[in-house]
Ligand binder design. Sequence first.
Ligand SMILES: NC(=O)c1ccc[n+]([C@@H]2O[C@H](COP(=O)([O-])OP(=O)(O)OC[C@H]3O[C@@H](n4cnc5c(N)ncnc54)[C@H](OP(=O)(O)O)[C@@H]3O)[C@@H](O)[C@H]2O)c1
Length: 246
Amino acid sequence: MTPIKDRILFVTGANRGIGKALVQALLDHGAKKIYASARDIKKIPDFKDPRVVRVALDINDTAQLEAAAKLAYDTQILINNAGVLSNVTPLTGPFADLERDMKTNYFGTVAAMRAFLPVLEKNKNAAIANVCSIASFVNFPFIGGYCASKAALFSITQGARMELTAKGIAVHTINPGPIDTDMARDIHMEKTSPEETAKAIIKGLEAGEPDIFPDAGGRGMFEVWSKNYRDLEASVAASMDPAKAA
Ligand SMILES: NC(=O)c1ccc[n+]([C@@H]2O[C@H](COP(=O)([O-])OP(=O)(O)OC[C@H]3O[C@@H](n4cnc5c(N)ncnc54)[C@H](OP(=O)(O)O)[C@@H]3O)[C@@H](O)[C@H]2O)c1
């Protein structure tokens, strides 16, 4: 279980979308202190709460990660939420976009875990929660590089769980389906609000779910995948086939 009340959390990408909604939901759930971080500190909303500490952090910047871990020495729960998405197919889109997705979603998040590990090892009942995606389980070719980066992140999180459970650090993956944020602006599927998603993430953390599926869309896809992963692949393929979609 990863309880939230009276705990000290660090959230990346807290200026908008799921990260911003998470900070508010964590405050509502009685968190003791929240380090809300963003690349541009000026863009972090005014949560009108003294429990929020604003931190400038680009997760691709090693020096900033080291400084953040030093400043937030009392962090008990690290929520790696920051991420990017390139709307390109990996086979024909710009290669730089594939690298960008992998750099932030995989290498940047792993770097954040590494920077905060000594802090979490020192503090009691610590946890890491990495925002992966339902795209960790199936590749949507029109955002294929993003999906690959999230599959990589899911994999390394699974490995971290095996290593860190023995040290008393809980490790969660969070796997949303389509959520109504800037990132999913061009994805035309039914979407869940970031606020509802944030509440469900907290519920999953508090229940001690190793892999959290916070929204109905993602949960539905995971259920199909669990029965037969090829069925989910087939349904994604069918949704892209103009003949079948008509
Ligand atoms: N929306 C969905 O449908 C969906 C589904 C599954 C998973 N997710 C995941 O949920 C997480 C949050 O996404 P969202 O939907 O809330 O998207 P969003 O509104 O686009 O927010 C992305 C956040 O990540 C930050 N970020 C990007 N690169 C960063 C970096 N190098 N260092 C620090 N922060 C960085 C952004 O900051 P800036 O404002 O500076 O760019 C922004 O705060 C992501 O990991 C995403 O992959 C989203």
